[in-house]
Write a protein that binds this ligand. Structure first.
Ligand SMILES: Nc1ncnc2c1ncn2[C@@H]1O[C@H](COP(=O)(O)OP(=O)(O)OP(=O)(O)O)[C@@H](O)[C@H]1O
Ligand SMILES: [Mg+2]
Length: 258
């Protein structure tokens, strides 16, 4: 099983959106895919895929730190999903640090009966602090992806994420530009939602390859909030196409990884 972590220096740049839709696109390409929502602060994946509490409580109510039990992922849209929200609840702030967080992460990673998977996509919490580093070590990442919006300030923060991975000895497969230029729905002209970072000061300057660009599309926000997904069988349009192309590149990079 290949484990691909999706991180960013900055919050709100689209890690969860990219993790979910990349995972769905890999499923469309015939891979067996798991999605681990490891955002201990804001586990959003259950909401984004339309999973309600009754779908996970049965197998997860005994999932308390220290209890030995193999937990089952919940299947939705062809994905095997596990979320920190299954244990913490989606509306409970994480009031624990250090030891308890470590136990929680171990449980999410090691106590889950994932079955045979080709790829496990891990949606990380924003930032590059201890908790992200501990997660990366615990999940034994094959390769890492960094999500950034086009603008310079996002790249400044994303560089930290690249350095965090490198320091941990995790190969950085590349970065993904999210919320890139969109077509105006009225006149068809390209709209630059964010200014483009200058070449010499972008992630490219660190030698990190751009694996894809996902255009800004309000439909992505609407889909996430209502638990529908855009990358379905036969879906057309710029967003499903962008994720399909990204999945091909990521799968190729993972296949090349030792
Ligand atoms: N390409 C896009 N076009 C339009 N909206 C997007 C796009 N990508 C993400 N969004 C929206 O931006 C918001 C932030 O996205 P998301 O939750 O995926 O970011 P995140 O990096 O996971 O955030 P956090 O750091 O809080 O975990 C969401 O409302 C999402 O629907
Ligand atoms: Mg997120």
């Amino acid at each position: 099983m290949r484990v691909v972590a999706v991180g960013s220096g900055k919050g709100g740049v689209g890690k969860s959106t990219v993790s979910l839709n990349l995972a769905l696109a890999l499923v469309r390409q015939g891979r067996r895919v798991g999605l681990l929502d490891a955002d201990l602060y804001g586990p959003n994946i259950p909401l984004m895929v339309g999973l309600t509490r009754d779908r996970w409580t049965e197998s997860w109510t005994l999932a308390r730190p220290g209890r030995q039990r193999r937990l089952a992922p919940v299947e939705q849209h062809g994905l095997k999903i596990v979320s920190a929200g299954f244990i913490l609840g989606e509306d409970q702030p994480l009031g624990v640090e250090g030891m308890t967080a470590r136990m929680l992460v171990r449980q999410l990673v090691h106590d889950v009966a994932w079955g045979d998977l080709d790829v496990l996509v891990v949606d990380l919490p924003p930032g590059t602090a201890d908790i992200q580093q501990m997660l990366i070590r615990t999940v034994a990442v094959t390769g890492a992806l960094v999500v950034a919006t086009p603008q310079y300030v996002a790249h400044v923060d994303a560089r930290k994420a690249v350095r965090m991975y490198q320091r941990q000895g995790v190969p950085v497969l590349g970065w993904i530009e999210n919320m890139g230029p969109m077509r105006c729905p009225h006149c068809g002209e390209p709209v630059e939602v964010f200014p483009e970072a200058p070449e010499g000061r972008s992630l490219a300057a660190l030698g990190v390859e751009r694996l894809g660009t996902i255009p800004f599309d309000p439909a992505l926000g609407r889909a996430g909030d209502s638990g529908r997904v855009l990358v379905t069988d036969g879906a057309t349009g710029p967003v499903p196409a962008a994720f399909a192309a990204l999945a091909t590149r990521v799968a190729a990079a993972l296949d090349r990884s030792p």
